[in-house]
Design a protein around this ligand. Sequence first.
Ligand code: MRU
Length: 336
Amino acid sequence: MIDQRRLPRRFEYLHCQTLDEMLDAIRSMAIRGAPALAVAGAYGMVLAALKASTGNVRNQAKNAAELLIASRPTAVNLAWGVNRMLKIVLNESISDADIPDKLLVEAHLMAEEDVQINRKLAENGASLINDGDTIIHHCNTGSLAVVDWGTALGAIRFAHEQGKRIHLLVDETRPRLQGARLTAWECEQYGIPYEIITDNAAGFFLRSGKVNKVFFGADRVAANGDVVNKVGTYMLSLAAHTNGVPVYSVFPLSTLDLSIPNGDRIPIEERDGDEVLGLEFHGEPVAPVGAKARNPAFDITPNGLITSLVTEAGIITPPYDLNLARCVYNNSLEGK
Ligand code: MRU
């Protein structure tokens, strides 16, 4: 995997040989972004099965699944990816000796499918983008956050490759700076014109009348269409809604959790306060010695602030409770 902690200054690959190394990569955010986490989780299961002691593959893989799912609790894709692998582990018709190979084949398949799904949802999202649009984008939702293409940034990249002239306002996305570090780096690769703004400046630009759209991804979407995404999404959506700017959340159906009725029931990961306090100004820590911080990594954007949800199966409009269930049902029929 590309080590996302080092970008944009250094482009380095990280090689994980064990489950513990994969868990560390996920927890420390060497790899991050909901769909990328699903695939990392799947390969984590492969590593656990490959290193398991003889006669104990199923138990060790089940333990690995618990550890992986708990390693980043909000993005449901991680649990989705691991549970898909767990079906193989629990399938009694597969011998212990065959489990690692079967898991590896499934992980490769998941990675390939991710590219196809993202390309499709990027194409769907691009249909909402007009030539000349100025768009505010939150967090990193590009190819780094998936296997390839991306969700919201995938749509923007797709529109850019169609020849639409887009100007992107990339918000920094405090505290981990996925926008300033990763989205800006991806824009450099694709040649998408962009400027970095502080998260606090979004309201100013939205009120100016010069921003046409807001695009972001999702880490988990509840059955009623509430979107849990990188912290700051809620404030951005409030400011956009107040100023009549359309808001789009772009995600694969694996991000949808129909078992959760609304966003308030989704677990929100709270990360170490050091991520907030680690900021330096003129080479010195910003906060006083001994300062404490709170660091929720995600927030909940109520469905009423979101203009449409964009998936590989199409663009979904309100009422979301009805239309999301219908979309999943139709998509499952098409898959048969
Ligand atoms: O904490 P992160 O960087 O893993 O959070 C990522 C996001 O919030 C993305 O917006 C989200 O995963 C959807 S884009 C693929």
